[in-house]
Design a protein around this ligand. Structure first.
Ligand code: PMP
Length: 308
């Protein structure tokens, strides 16, 4: 991106033990539950997860002695499901394209299991206050300190909203002028909600990028901390993801490509200058997407790449 004058930094989250940013919230939610007496020895953690939160919870469960049952959707990479099973978790795969309220949805199945199974705990990362809090306590201060308070723009994908809202809350408490850019997927309700503050179900459409965009409005998504929202199409997300691997040696997941694409779009649209320092969060590792984004045939079959 030679046309961009600002300094663009990325915060690479695959160095966490579970190789994603979600380790931060997993530990926070488990320790909150222990303190509140909601999780007792030998208990079972039940969560609906696209994979990364499950990885963090599974690791915490092993260390602390809890069983894990995860519900996920049939659009998630098999790598993620197999990783969770490798760590001893039970994984239930639910259909992607059903309403959140449908009893078959991964939200509903997680909730039902938590009601049926004794001594179980359902953190519900969408609404759990520990999610955004983990980022306010760790991600935000790290970015502030690592940039010596010079960060001017913060960019993060919006899934549950915990990363963008919690980190933004801390950064804006240090410097209210820090601009926060949330990256959405095309086919999510967030972009239109940000403009109108109204939930418009007609915006919901299938998309392939994992971890960002929603068909619900989670409590952790606080748009009061967000200054701009940029929706990223799947194709752009995946091509930038592959470019990050080849050009920067950053072997990362698809939401990372979306975040970088969105951050660069913002930098161009707003003509950021040499004085600007943008920090973009890269939530997870490319190892989880080898059969998809890093598979040329899959990219071609889905129309993201042509033969040339
Ligand atoms: N990218 C990936 C790969 C994720 O797993 C998640 C979590 N859903 C996000 C981005 C978005 O983070 P958050 O849930 O904190 O908004």
């Amino acid at each position: 991106a030679k046309d961009i004058k600002a300094t663009i930094l990325v915060k690479v989250e695959y160095f966490n033990p579970g190789n994603s940013i979600k380790d931060r919230i997993a530990v926070q939610m488990v320790e909150d539950a222990e303190k509140e007496g909601k999780l007792r020895p030998g208990g079972t953690i039940i969560e609906g997860t696209s994979g990364n939160t499950g990885m963090g919870l599974a690791l915490a469960g092993i260390v602390k002695g809890y069983n894990c049952i995860f519900t996920t959707t049939d659009k998630q990479s098999m790598e993620k499901v197999n990783l969770l099973r490798a760590l001893g978790a039970e994984v239930r795969i639910c259909p992607t394209n059903v309403e959140p309220e449908d009893p078959r949805s991964y939200y509903s199945v997680a909730k039902r299991l938590s009601e049926e199974i004794p001594n179980s705990y359902y953190p519900n990362q969408y609404d759990h206050p520990g999610n955004a809090k983990a980022h306010e306590l760790t991600t935000g201060p790290e970015i502030w300190n690592q940039t010596e308070g010079k960060v001017t723009h913060f960019v993060a994908g919006m899934g549950t909203g915990g990363t963008v809202s919690g980190t933004a809350k801390y950064l804006k408490s240090q410097n209210p002028d820090v601009k926060v850019i949330g990256i959405d997927s095309v086919g999510s309700v967030y972009t239109s909600y940000f403009k109108t503050r109204e939930y418009d179900k007609s915006q919901v459409a299938p998309y392939v990028v994992e971890g960002i965009g929603e068909d619900i409005l989670p409590k952790n998504m606080n748009f009061d901390y967000v200054d701009a929202v940029i929706p990223c199409p799947d194709k752009e997300a995946f091509l930038v993801t592959r470019a990050l691997a080849r050009k920067e040696g950053l072997f990362v997941g698809g939401s990372c490509g979306a975040a970088v694409w969105g951050g660069l779009e913002y930098a161009r649209q707003h003509k950021l200058t040499e004085r600007d320092i943008m920090v973009i969060i890269l939530p997870d590792s490319g190892t989880r997407y080898v059969s998809k984004i890093y598979n040329d045939e899959w990219m071609r079959q889905n129309g993201y790449m042509d033969d040339s």
